[in-house]
Design a protein around this ligand. Sequence first.
Ligand SMILES: Nc1ncnc2c1ncn2[C@@H]1O[C@H](COP(=O)(O)OP(=O)(O)OP(=O)(O)O)[C@@H](O)[C@H]1O
Ligand SMILES: [Mg+2]
Length: 352
Amino acid sequence: MSGTSLDGVDGVLTAFDGSLHAAHVPFLDDFRRTLLALQAPTDNEIHTEALAANELARHYAACVDALLDAAGLAAADIAAIGAHGQTIRHLPDQGLTRQINNPALLAELTGIAVVADFRSRDIAAGGQGAPLVPAFHQSAFGSPAAMRVVANIGGIANISVLRPDGTVLGYDTGPGNVLMDSWANTHLGKAFDANGNWAASGSVIPALLDALLGEPYLSQAAPKSTGRDLFNRRWLEHRLQPFERAAAADVQATLAAFTARSLADAIRRDAPQAEAVYVCGGGALNGHLMAELRALLNKPVADTGALGVAPLHVEALAFAWLAARFLDRLPGNLPSVTGAKGPRVLGALYPA
Ligand SMILES: Nc1ncnc2c1ncn2[C@@H]1O[C@H](COP(=O)(O)OP(=O)(O)OP(=O)(O)O)[C@@H](O)[C@H]1O
Ligand SMILES: [Mg+2]
């Protein structure tokens, strides 16, 4: 899995029996810049995209090698790799989602079958193509005894409301780390604000928070999904214009509050009866953000480690699970989440 944060590749190797090996392969600055540039129209993008897809496949292959080493296994022991690709456009209302990927090259480099292109079939069936993780969240974390919420805070944040009867509601709530990362990059020269300490040193600017919360996406009805197509630096700069004298740390505090508020508002609206909220994704490691969430929700907020899966492993495990669903020719989408006309087998196979 390589998500909207553009931080790198998260891989897991599992037999879905509780065994789990994990590896992370970071993107170096040059490659991250290339991927960032591909998020919006640029010169000669077809060529750049194809070369970036090859580079991405090499990162995925390095992650697979690390996992095989850690597990002491060989390529022949592995049923398949689920490879999501790197999203560079996500505009489902135009019938369009695009993940750059080269599954053919990944199959060549690893000698392992690759399942890829998980989103396009759901879009073809009239769905959002996202989020796809709620079906896995339900299978791994659902409880017949209580309603639970799983909140994934990656670049974008999404929730899965897991009801005791097994039905699921889920959608992207808005930004996760993407705006905070961008601001930290400009002002700290770092990929992210570790533990949210910089945000915690600032004070929320109420008028700016209100301006951010005025984004119409937040009150739009589900099914809905979003990405860097909406929540990008241009979106932020536009709203920052009246606040150009604001201290950078206060802006960061406000961005953290924005992520927390948009997430908490969604949970309060759609899952007021939930017994607890379980957070996964890199945002779970942001202590300041977790404290903001706790202050907004009058219910326990833990990370998914409390349910047995470390927060940084959940999304990669979800795509391994989706690949396994494909191999069994079982549906991977939830029409109640994506709005697709029906359940669909997601993905395409590149044999070993
Ligand atoms: N120690 C930390 N403190 C604060 N933030 C962190 C920390 N570790 C990771 N993060 C944040 O988590 C992000 C990476 O999270 P993650 O990999 O879940 O997102 P993603 O790649 O967008 O995934 P996806 O789109 O699949 O949800 C980083 O960009 C950073 O913002
Ligand atoms: Mg990531």
